[in-house]
Structure formats: structure tokens, C-alpha cells
Design a protein around this ligand. Structure first.
Ligand SMILES: Nc1ncnc2c1ncn2[C@@H]1O[C@H](COP(=O)(O)OP(=O)(O)OP(=O)(O)O)[C@@H](O)[C@H]1O
Length: 232
């Protein structure tokens, strides 16, 4: 399995103005990789992630994931792809406030018949002892762990993280990065991380650098370091 973007363009129309958020980008990533998407604000990072996650559609070009051509899927098929194959983690956790940690993960598990056991996933993210706490009773790092548990409980092939440490302090960020690395190792999940922070890219297998909607560098990171060593 691999992920391929072939000549992908995403336009946003605003009246008669057309804005090219992604301009004819092509790349390939392999199954089981952690891929960093880096670049300045407005360079198209989230747009790329949203297209890969089936949250939005490319204007032209093809996105191939696990043998599926996302551009050719019907809306119904694209929804099924998103539900079965993709987990999302965002900067601001997006947990349901009146549900416990366990229940937040359970909601996601119920949507998929191949879900992992909720306790197993909470154990993997180190939160089994806090499973009955509500989001407001948890720290930012713990809330992000719940959101990671919620994303992986359906055993997705692809985990998409948009600025996963953006709201966290240095120490907690490192813990979350270690967790992302552990998930990659245990579940062999392919992971994309969008980040402003170029240091985070140093723990990734592949780095894609965007500027103004174009890829200016793709690098296989042969000197990849462990998240414990990431410094910024
Ligand atoms: N729905 C939309 N309508 C119009 N323009 C959009 C829309 N979504 C994004 N854009 C524009 O597309 C460009 C790329 O946005 P995108 O969110 O992908 O950038 P980014 O690299 O993720 O930025 P940031 O790091 O600030 O989150 C930006 O200039 C943005 O204003």
C-alpha cells in the first residue's frame, strides 16, 4: 500500500477570484511511515490533510490510498472511507464535554464494527486509570491522549494529526509525540503530522515542505531521531 498524490490542485473560489491552496502537487508515501507536512501559515498544510482524509475533494488530480482513487469515489463511498480508514487528531481535542474519557472513545468505537477494545486503547494511551473523568477534569495533554484514543479505536490505517501539540507545553508535547510514535509502532498506522514546528519533523520518516501551495522539498529522513530527542 502507498499513498499517492498525482498532480493535485485545490482551488477556493471567492466570487470571481480563484485562490490556489494547492497547486499541482505530487508525492508518494509508504505504508507505516510517519510523514511531516511543514511550511508557513497558509502554505496549504491543512488543505492537504483534509483532502487525504476525505473531508474535502481536490479540484483536479488524483489521490490514491490503499488502492482507492479518492477522486473517483461517490459521496457515500468517501464517507465510508473516512469512517473506516481514517482517524483525525486536531489541535483543540474536540472532546464531548459531558461524556467521560471512556465514553468519548466509545462513541467512536460504536461507529465501526472492527473497533478495538476501549480499555485496550485507553491503556495504550496511558489513561486507563482516568477513564471515568470528564474532559474538564483532565489536563491538556491528557485530553489530547483521549482524542488520540478516540481516533485509533476504530483501528484506522491512517492517522491524520493537525498541529497535535499546538496547544501544549514543551514537556507535554514530547509525551504526545512519544505516544504518536508508539501508535505507529504498535498498530503500524501510517501517520501524517501537520506542524509549524520543524523540530517535530526530525522524528518523522518523510518530510514534505510546502510553500504557497507547492511542494518545495520532499525528504526521506534517514537520520530520524526518537521523539525523546526532539528539541525546540
Ligand atoms: N474554505 C476556504 N475558502 C477559501 N480559502 C481557503 C479556505 N480554506 C483555506 N483557504 C486558504 O487556503 C490557503 C491554505 O490554507 P491552509 O489552511 O491549508 O494552510 P496551512 O498551511 O494549514 O496554514 P496554517 O498553518 O495557518 O493552519 C490559505 O491561504 C487559506 O486562507
Amino acid at each position: 500500500m502507498s499513498i499517492q498524490f498525482i498532480g493535485v490542485t485545490k482551488e477556493y473560489k471567492n466570487g470571481s477570484n480563484i485562490f490556489l491552496a494547492l497547486n499541482n502537487i505530487s508525492f508518494e508515501a509508504k505504508e507505516g511511515e510517519i510523514v511531516a507536512i511543514v511550511g508557513p501559515s497558509g502554505s496549504g498544510k491543512s488543505t492537504l490533510l483534509n483532502l487525504l482524509g476525505g473531508l474535502d475533494r481536490a479540484t483536479s488530480g488524483e489521490i490514491i490510498f490503499d488502492g482507492l482513487n479518492l477522486s473517483a469515489l461517490s459521496d457515500k463511498e468517501l464517507t465510508k472511507y473516512r469512517r473506516d480508514k481514517v482517524g483525525f487528531v486536531f489541535q483543540f481535542y474536540n472532546l464531548i464535554p459531558n461524556l467521560t474519557a471512556y465514553e468519548n472513545v466509545e462513541v467512536a468505537a460504536e461507529l465501526n464494527k472492527n473497533s478495538l477494545k476501549i480499555d485496550e486503547v485507553l491503556e495504550a494511551v496511558g489513561l486507563l486509570d482516568k477513564k471515568d473523568k470528564f474532559p474538564q477534569e483532565l489536563s491538556g495533554g491528557e485530553q489530547q491522549r483521549v482524542s488520540i484514543a478516540r481516533a485509533i479505536v476504530k483501528s484506522p490505517k491512517l492517522l491524520l494529526c493537525d498541529e497535535p501539540t499546538g496547544a501544549l507545553d514543551y514537556k507535554t508535547s514530547k509525551e504526545v509525540l512519544e505516544l504518536i510514535d508508539k501508535i505507529n509502532q504498535i498498530y503500524k498506522t501510517t501517520i501524517f503530522i501537520v506542524t509549524h514546528n520543524t523540530s517535530i519533523a526530525s522524528m518523522c520518516h518523510r518530510i514534505i515542505r510546502l510553500r504557497s501551495g507547492q511542494i518545495i522539498e520532499i525528504k526521506e529522513n534517514i537520520n530520524r531521531i526518537s521523539p525523546k530527542e526532539v528539541e525546540w
